[in-house]
Ligand binder design. Structure first.
Ligand SMILES: Cc1ncc(COP(=O)(O)O)c(C=O)c1O
Length: 413
């Protein structure tokens, strides 16, 4: 039973609430000290301040009402235009903001389903999505909500998607194929060109999940890294999800979903008029949208500009390389070939569950990879100053004998 906690009869003054709010966080993960390997995308206090101030200025405005709030319409269309420019969107490409990666993916699945029903006569009840084993669970969540079936295909030895096996899994009911740029578990880029090639040969919608990479991979490419093309530059890519609240460094509640053309974009929205209030239309899954999240994304993109994103990208990539270099002498190596900001590492020679426990007891929140056993980190600037400390704690944790019979650590989120 939940503890009874009625709404207080009398209100509480703000100073007391402020104290309580601060106090409530005392046992939260110390993310500012780099202890959170996920959930946070910190790019400096100056960036946070811009996001907070822009958010506050549009705190009450509602992204559902773009007719009422021309300001938000302008911000959203400029954010979309900047995102499309980064992802090689040419004439005719379209897009919109959503509240996060899961919503972007949900709407991409919905659009692919409705497009296949209209163009190919595929019954949604038998429609299938072919995706790599490493794709984000948001696709299965979307399939569950929308009545589709997913078919997850095993990865290659380097943990990238296997385009040949994916092509072999295509059936007449396949409405969507997926590749990640990069996939969350190992941080590796899938072979987008080959997956898109197989999809377009069969007239199938291909979605690139660039929720993690959408706003960092373009800058890695501009820095001269050999990140393979993954966006609209690749023929056959139909839609792309890219999260602003990850490596766009925007306030949480901001992602983008892009489409190759207006015909595909059309299937993102939903219209209804069989109620007494006339026509209702949204291009998003949610109705009301935080105006603050839209304004903050616009402000952060304008504040940083290409130069700012390049500087942050360079520092995050250097942090990942420093971690890899520090862990290698301990016999711990990257799983696959990480190219961006995610490092998953492990070794068959080490008890990863024991290492995870050792890190947790030293105050580090640990995210685990299960296939193969490994430790997962999605890096940001909070990790930059703690690489040495982290590596020393890994060494100390490895030196500890594993506690006999202890339960393996499974990260949940
Ligand atoms: C590759 C990928 N896609 C989608 C998502 C879902 O994003 P969100 O948590 O914003 O809904 C994530 C989240 O980490 C991700 O890593």
């Amino acid at each position: 039973m939940t503890t009874p906690h009625p709404l207080p009869i009398q209100g509480t003054p703000w100073p007391e609430l402020e104290r309580e709010l601060a106090d409530a966080a005392k046992n939260d993960v110390a993310w500012r000290r780099g202890r959170a390997p996920m959930f946070i995308h910190y790019a400096g206090d100056d960036v946070l301040d811009v996001a907070k101030q822009a958010y506050e200025m549009y705190f009450s405005e509602n992204g559902l009402g773009l007719r009422a709030f021309g300001s938000l319409q302008k911000f959203e269309s400029e954010v979309v235009a900047m995102g499309l420019d980064l992802l090689h969107g040419g004439d005719g490409t379209r897009g919109a903001m959503t509240t996060g990666g899961t919503e972007s993916i949900m709407l991409a699945v919905k659009a692919a389903r409705d497009h296949a029903r209209e163009q190919r006569g595929i019954d949604p009840g038998s429609a299938r999505i072919v995706l790599p084993y490493s794709a984000h669970p948001a696709f299965d969540k979307a399939a569950h909500f929308l009545g589709l079936t997913t078919v997850r295909i095993p990865l290659r030895a380097d943990f990238t998607a296997d385009p040949v096996a994916m092509a072999a899994a295509i059936t007449p009911d396949t409405v969507l194929m997926v590749g990640s740029a990069p996939a969350y578990p190992h941080g590796v880029m899938d072979p987008i060109g080959e997956i898109a090639g197989a999809a377009s040969a069969h007239g199938i919608w291909m979605h690139v999940d660039a929720c993690v990479g959408g706003y960092i991979a373009p800058f890695a490419q501009k820095l001269g890294l050999p990140v393979a093309p993954f966006d609209f530059a690749v023929p056959g890519v139909t839609s792309i999800s890219a999260d602003l609240h990850k490596y766009g460094y925007a306030a949480k509640g901001a992602s983008t979903l892009f489409f190759r053309d207006a015909e595909h974009f059309r299937h993102m929205g939903y219209a209804f008029d069989r109620w007494p209030r006339g026509q209702y239309y949204t291009h998003t899954l949610v109705g009301t949208r935080a105006g603050g999240a839209i304004a903050a994304a616009w402000a952060v993109m304008r504040y940083l500009g290409e130069a700012g994103y390049l500087r942050i990208t360079e520092r995050i990539l250097a942090t990942r390389r420093a971690l890899e270099a520090g862990l290698a002498p301990l016999g711990l190596h990257a799983l696959g070939r990480p190219e961006l900001s995610i490092l998953a590492y492990g070794s068959p020679a080490h008890d990863i569950a024991a290492l995870s426990r050792g890190l947790m007891t030293r105050g580090w929140l640990v995210g685990n990879v299960t296939a193969p056993p490994g430790i997962h980190m999605m890096l940001n600037l909070t990790h930059e100053p703690v690489v040495g400390e982290y590596v020393r704690d890994v060494a100390a944790a490895l030196a500890d004998a594993p506690a006999a019979g202890a339960e393996p650590v499974i990260a949940r989120y």
